[in-house]
Design a protein around this ligand. Sequence first.
Ligand code: CS2
Length: 487
Amino acid sequence: MRLNGESLTGQGYALPLDRSSVEPGIVHLGLGAFARAHTAVYTERAMQATGDHSWGIVGVTQRSDAVVQQLAPQDCLFSVAERGEGAAPLHVVSSIVEAVSGRDQPGVVVQRIASPATSIITLTITEKGYRMDPRTDSLNVADEQVQADLAGGPPRTAIGQIVRGLQERSRLGSGPITVVSCDNLPANGELTQRLVRAFAAALPDAESAPLLAWMDGNVTFPNTMVDRMVPATAAGDLAAVEHELGLRDKAAVVAEPFMQWVLEDNFAGPRPRWEDAGALFTSDVAGWEAAKLRLLNASHSLLAYLGLATGKTTIADAVAEDALRAACERMMFDDVLPTLQLPPGLDGETYCKQVLSRFANPALGHTTAKVASDGSQKIGLRLLSTVHGNLDAGRSPKWAALAVAAWMRFVAVTPVEELNDPLAADLHAALPSLRTASEVVPALLGVRSVFDAELAAHSGFASLLEHWYSVIDHHGLEGLGNEILHG
Ligand code: CS2
């Protein structure tokens, strides 16, 4: 039997919230597994803690309607199954009140954003969903879909949906609203604001001027840092959840027990008391974001690419290999920590140890292939600031270069049709026919949407990359072990 409100009650399971009292207050763009295991959980807990049930989530999917098909027949209920030490019992989450397909119902998305009941838009659309041009740090207005949205078609990009929703909101006089990016991007709030404003500014004058003026007084974009490892749900996970719950839940997600949310308290209107659910409000989100991206996410990418090069299917398998674990440690301690300004309250050494033990969670099944996806969108944010920081200080970014070289080799040995990356075609077009270190490294350094001209021209960095590329290519795990552990 399928999970829904009635079947759940039939099982004797009591939801923490009286569903009939939950009213929509948040529109969430990007209703993937992460949002369900993180943002929806914090919001449910905040409603439960305060008794203020006006923060139900209208979840919007981006590219496909698969999640709508999973959630709608289940009254938008789904389970979070924690995996690993300290895991809580299976929990059915009840904070999502509606699931909307952004692809098929863009008009509904605009209406929900414009509704006076909505005070917050949250986003988990992944790096590529922002349609940013890294060369300008602003909106990629050459993007076909962005152009179509600007031309007035039903908006399909997240930024287009937000701007059209804000436009309608200002027309209806529905009041202030806050846009909360929850993606792994440095200064994610400021970035989202830049992109939203760039879209608005690109509209015809008669539309853009009043909209920008309205946004000045009515919309804020706090920075946030989110953290929880959420692998793709596998068939085995669904079977395990069915066994535990006694009901078939097609929208179940698995996650590690750990979760964290750090936010800037810069809201234009009301907000849920997420702090009552364990979130931290601080004025120094940038410090937390940088630490998480450059320590956790950068090490994750290092393990994913080196793991794939050495036959490891999961992150836990990769970090169990001495050489790969040591490479993470060296990168965090030698390259990242000396170039990072840690926020008050965060101890670098403790953080790194905790990250490694979270990676080692054997029950999570987080695949190296998943973390390796969209590398062109992640490398710059996770690794290149560390590379720059070291080069600027006259130090060699030895370990961050290992991660970048491992990504380059991954791109070079993966057939283009299997490369899960929005720039797959461009990266492959840049590749030389000879896939050796001395050919591939300069070719990929020439891809301007990943490497800036200054870095591409740095001969010391190029030599480091070529060195590591050759070690991975010719000597595999054994060679890496010799270099990393004894080099
Ligand atoms: C991962 C992240 O897939 C990836 O690139 O590095 O999704 C990571 O699991 C989360 O940021 C953890 O909070």
